[in-house]
Ligand binder design. Structure first.
Ligand code: ATP
Ligand code: MG
Length: 338
């Protein structure tokens, strides 16, 4: 039998309670949320002095419900910047934050999305601030809406994000994948599962639309009308976690396919024109951004890190299949460079 056709072990469901207990332990506490709010309030105060018209949005995992105890705080400032460039505003913002006693303030201006990164000694959090990046605000809402459809998405994503952090494969600067990419992989997997656990909100009649930087972000956001969508699928979280790793270890066609939560199915690299390397975009693992459809979240992966990722997916699938104590072994800390 090919490894892509292997069935999961008979006792897989016996590991669900252990995995769910782990999920609970990863959820941010009320105290954690309170400290996050304090940080956001102090950022708002600093920003308000210099830019009274600025609107502050939270994005990323502090707003999309995929935040864990390890997550940072991501803030987007929506403001008129007149003739100044985003980079000039970020440099000015760095000075303002330093003057207000935020620590390790650093403007990262060369990134695809320029940000100011800093830490807050009062709350202990680190925080990324970007300007007018409303696409991130829109994709945050999309992820949050998906999370409300079936609790297994949140559980799966918490476990996958925790696994990725423990196994050191959640570091884009080293050529592995962002948390955002892993959440998209989880959504795609649940859209492809039979019976489906999640629908595809972007192919339905849009009830939410936001247009920014020439990109239209539109989808059906009345998720309370879709609460029973995944009910026919009875898979436990343990079976889904195994299925997720099995998919990425043996079933995904890395050579030809692109995952797309926008379409709720895989697309071909050919139709995306993602068949050859352009600059640093190698397109070895292809994950289409749901709104910026020309953006491949897997573009950071190179020949070495695709091998590391695939070995980690294979290890995870094997641990869930054969190990006596998978809830512990799966998450054993490891760094491929040490
Ligand atoms: P964590 O809990 O690890 O902080 P996160 O969901 O906040 O996870 P990040 O990787 O910190 O994920 O990204 C924050 C947000 O920035 C994402 O939710 C997404 O909106 C946006 N984002 C991150 N990386 C990209 C990317 N490569 N392309 C487009 N948007 C991105
Ligand atoms: Mg974050």
């Amino acid at each position: 039998m090919r490894r892509s056709e292997v069935e999961c072990r008979d006792d897989i469901d016996s590991f669900a309670p252990g995995l769910l207990a782990l999920v609970e332990s990863l959820k941010p506490s009320e105290e954690h949320k309170f400290r996050q709010k304090q940080l956001v309030d102090s950022v708002a105060k600093s920003v308000g002095k210099e830019w009274p018209g600025a609107r502050l949005h939270l994005y990323g995992s502090c707003a999309n419900s995929f935040g864990t105890t390890n997550s940072d705080v991501d803030v987007c400032l929506e403001m008129e910047i007149g003739t100044e460039s985003t980079v000039e505003v970020l440099l000015k913002l760095s000075d303002v934050l330093r003057a207000d006693n935020f620590e390790n303030v650093e403007a990262i201006t060369g990134a695809r999305v320029p940000i100011v990164r800093m830490s807050d000694p009062r709350s202990g959090f680190s925080c990324d601030i970007c300007i007018n990046n409303l696409l991130a605000v829109a994709n945050t809402k999309l992820l949050k809406d998906y999370a409300q459809l079936d609790q297994r998405l949140l559980q799966l994503a918490f476990l996958v994000k925790h696994w990725a952090k423990q196994r050191s494969v959640n570091e884009t600067y080293r050529g592995t994948l962002s948390s955002y990419a892993y959440v998209l992989m989880c959504i795609s997997f649940l859209q492809l599962r039979e019976p489906k656990v999640l629908p595809c909100l972007q192919v339905m009649e849009p009830t939410y639309t936001l247009t920014t930087e020439g990109t239209e972000c539109a989808y059906f956001d009345k998720v309370d009308q879709l609460q029973d969508f995944g009910a026919e699928n009875k898979d436990s979280i343990a079976e889904l976690l195994w299925g997720f790793f099995q998919y990425w270890a043996y079933r995904h066609d890395y050579r030809h396919d692109v995952i797309s939560i926008r379409m709720g199915k895989t697309l071909s690299k050919q139709e995306k024109n993602w068949t050859t390397r352009v600059g640093n975009d190698r397109h070895l693992v292809c994950i289409e951004d749901p709104f910026e459809t020309g953006h491949d979240l897997g573009r950071v992966v190179d020949r070495q890190t695709i091998r590391i990722l695939r070995e980690e997916f294979e290890r995870a699938a094997a641990v869930l299949q054969y190990d006596d104590n998978p809830c512990v072994t799966l998450f054993e800390p490891y760094d491929y460079e040490n």
